[in-house]
Ligand binder design. Structure first.
Ligand code: PLP
Length: 439
């Protein structure tokens, strides 16, 4: 069936999208199967097991990932949350300290900060990149500020030069949270290598994944040794492993906990890392095709501006800004995200709820801070985030794997958007209250 769209005068077919499948994610192949079964047979399922005569997959992944990021060291951990937690601990951040955290990001940035006892100071965003604004961040610095937790969000990097400048002038260490940006580049260099520490999540939705997982990269040997102990109950690799004996030795210079990544996860990451660049290139090409399909329709759909210094973009989520008032009058972005989810049969989400009103961010409920004299500094509502609130109203995001489907994916996404714009009452009929979950 063919129909005509008044808004754009394009003629399109309405697809039977509900039956269409998207590229499988997470992806794996025979190499992944082989390496996982090697771990199964090896009798060493984690680094705290005995040395088998063969280098641990965790060590091999750490070396490969440090190399990939252009850093000297990498400490794999159980999750992005534990990467952030041990990074803050390695920098000596604790109770009474403040950490600058973006006002629009996943809750873990704020909750990990609370978990070491520090106050997350919520900072507003730059609406062009959706990343933390360097000016807004600098305005929040005081004598208690002990770290800047900079996220490279969705499909763009933050202004790294501006943050390095703030970090140097105020002598406050920068932690890059690259959980949404594995392989992204700034001036031809990989993200994660600019700050004192670079954190990654390898959770299922991320572009490099082992289901759950994480890593911290750094080129500072003192921080690296602390990170190693912080994640293995104070133990370190001996450097002189003996077969059938434990390889980790008890150092105990810092109070560690167990955040060790299993050998299964490390092996999966070692295997999938080989495909990351190629998949990133595929996603970037698909995003560019989609962008070209809306050229001339900037009042309908626009894409985040790309800073020329952001020399490689990684599409954890593709973000599109929608001319909601013109094309979907009376509709909320949540209703559009829901209608798109149904049309494409894949989760389409609005942006995160700004952190000062994020349902999942409830620091005052935590017993950790109940006796703190600065307890009220944790109150999310005391941090105004007007730019984050405004951005939340107009953007939708698509998950990384739809962009692995090439030009066909781009056409399906564009077609679905145009079909909905031709029948905005369909979107209105969808629920108007915020319901869709951003992830
Ligand atoms: C996913 C994510 C995290 C948390 O990672 P987990 O592995 O889920 O703990 C932290 N920060 C950002 C920016 C993320 O996207």
């Amino acid at each position: 069936m063919t129909m005509h769209i008044d808004a754009s005068s394009h003629s399109i077919d309405t697809p039977a999208e509900a039956n269409v499948t998207w590229p499988k994610w997470p992806s794996h192949d025979s190499g992944t199967l082989k390496i996982v079964s090697e771990v199964l047979e090896s009798t060493r399922w984690t680094i705290s097991g005995a040395y088998t005569g063969q280098e641990a997959y965790e060590r091999r992944f750490a070396r490969a990932f440090a190399d990939y990021c252009g850093t000297l060291y990498c400490t794999p951990v159980t999750s992005g949350t534990s990467a952030l937690t041990i990074s803050l601990l390695a920098l000596g951040v604790g109770a009474g300290d403040e950490v600058l955290v973006p006002g629009l990001t996943w809750v873990a940035c704020a909750s990990a900060t609370c978990s070491v006892g520090a106050v997350p100071v919520l900072v507003d965003i730059d609406p062009t990149s959706l990343a933390m604004s360097p000016q807004a961040a600098e305005a929040r610095i005081n004598a208690r500020t002990k770290a800047i937790l900079l996220v490279h969000p969705y499909c763009r990097t933050a202004d790294i030069d501006a943050f390095l400048d703030v970090s140097t002038r105020h002598k406050i260490p920068l932690i890059e949270d690259c959980s949404q940006a594995h392989g992204a580049m700034w001036r031809g260099r990989k993200v994660g290598s600019f700050g004192a520490l670079g954190c990654f999540s390898m959770q299922q939705a991320k572009v490099l994944t082992s289901g759950e997982g994480g890593a911290v990269v750094t080129s500072d040997p003192v921080l690296a040794e602390k990170l190693e102990q912080l994640r293995a109950d104070g133990r370190l690799f001996s450097g002189t492993p003996v077969e059938s004996r434990l390889e980790l030795v008890e150092r105990g210079a810092v109070q560690g906990q167990n955040f060790c990544l299993t050998e299964f996860q490390s092996a999966i990451l070692l295997d999938r890392l080989q495909h990351l660049d190629q998949q990133n290139t595929q996603r970037e090409a698909c995003a560019e095709t989609l962008q070209a399909l809306f050229k001339g329709d900037e009042d309908f759909i626009t894409f985040l501006r790309r800073d020329p210094r952001n020399t490689r973009c990684t599409y954890y989520n593709l973000v599109m800004k929608v001319g909601l008032e013109k094309y979907f009058p009376g509709c909320t972005i949540d209703a559009l995200a829901l209608a798109m989810t149904e049309a494409l049969n894949v989760q389409v989400s609005p942006l995160y709820q700004p952190m000062n009103s994020f349902r999942l961010y409830n620091p005052l409920s935590s017993p950790r801070i109940k006796n703190f004299s600065n307890k009220l500094d944790f109150e999310p509502a005391r941090y105004p985030l007007p730019q984050a609130e405004s951005a939340r109203l107009y953007h939708i995001t698509l998950p990384n794997w739809v962009l692995l489907g090439g030009a066909d994916s781009a056409h399906r996404i564009a077609t679905a958007l145009r079909a909905l714009a031709a029948q905005p009452h369909k979107v209105l009929a969808a629920r108007q209250a915020p319901t869709a979950d951003a992830f």
